[in-house]
Design a protein around this ligand. Sequence first.
Ligand code: AMP
Ligand code: TRP
Length: 340
Amino acid sequence: MATAFTPRVLSGIQPSGGLTLGNYLGALKRFVEMQDAGTHECLYCLVDLHAITVWQDPQALRRNTREAAAAFMAAGIDPARSILFNQSQVPEHAQLAWVFNCVARMGWMGRMTQWKDKAGKNSENASLGLFAYPALMAADILIYHATHVPVGEDQKQHLELTRDIAAKFNHDYKVDFFPITEPVIEGPATRVMSLRDGTKKMSKSDPSDMSRINLSDDPDTIAQKFRKARTDPEPLPETYAELKDRPEARNLVDIYAALAGISTDEVMAQHAGAGWGQFKPALADVAVETMGPITAEMNRLMGDPAEIDRIVGDGARRASDIAAPILAKTYDIVGMISSR
Ligand code: AMP
Ligand code: TRP
């Protein structure tokens, strides 16, 4: 009989830069919804160990990690109801990742599109950590026996690999120990695209700051970035279906819908026939209305970094209470001798 696992959510964001509107709509907003639904125990982490798979300036990493924690809370993550923590403060993640490095196959890792994109042609010079990245991600999830993982579209393949690792472990050791986790990729903005190129996702690591809206941008910057966003010259059509071959236009409509909390059909009903000179300022207005209070709260929280450190430190202790017995049991299953 299959084991029944406690309904539990885990997700993470890399503090490798400031968070973007893509992170907010594709991930953070969904994290808050899952917390507020009250159906799952929720754990959210800043995955600083993942961030260092590519070079990070230590001072910048520290600042970005605190700023991401502030962004989580400003967006509505309540550290009393959810467990908010830094990955590196819960050593069980890295410990389980080692076991998973020995379960996952080189071939599986080599097929990851994120690896291929990030390592590029110069894979000989990429870090070993970048290659092993998905095994650490599987450990982040499975060290809590998490059952559900809210993420954006780009993480789908990594979650399939997580399921493969859990299944191979269970099979090899003839146990029913790790759950086969469900990805939760939902909502109108699972893939927010760059404002400069409708075929690329909006990313904190894009060299062009004009390609993204940052959670730290002020209203004037937001308005300017939308005004300069690349589009085609046509006005908005009657129906969403007509945007099929217009990726930049469709992206702005998707962003509007997600920010305003309405369907894309409703956006079309309200703005059909509008030119960009009308639609872009309207989009900037909804963005400022939604993001403004979050940015302000984030800046306020950043005024007291010691308090942020205290909150995530407390989260790490609570996370470790769940993780420690799962790691101990894993070690026992694979044949390690306990020191006690
Ligand atoms: P990362 O910034 O790569 O650590 O991503 C953290 C979370 O945000 C993951 O769940 C991603 O899928 C999500 N995410 C990142 N960029 C985007 C985007 N442009 N659109 C939607 N979701 C995104
Ligand atoms: N790889 C994810 C990303 O870049 C971040 C991540 C690390 C994550 N560990 C995770 C997401 C565990 C969900 C669950 O977007």
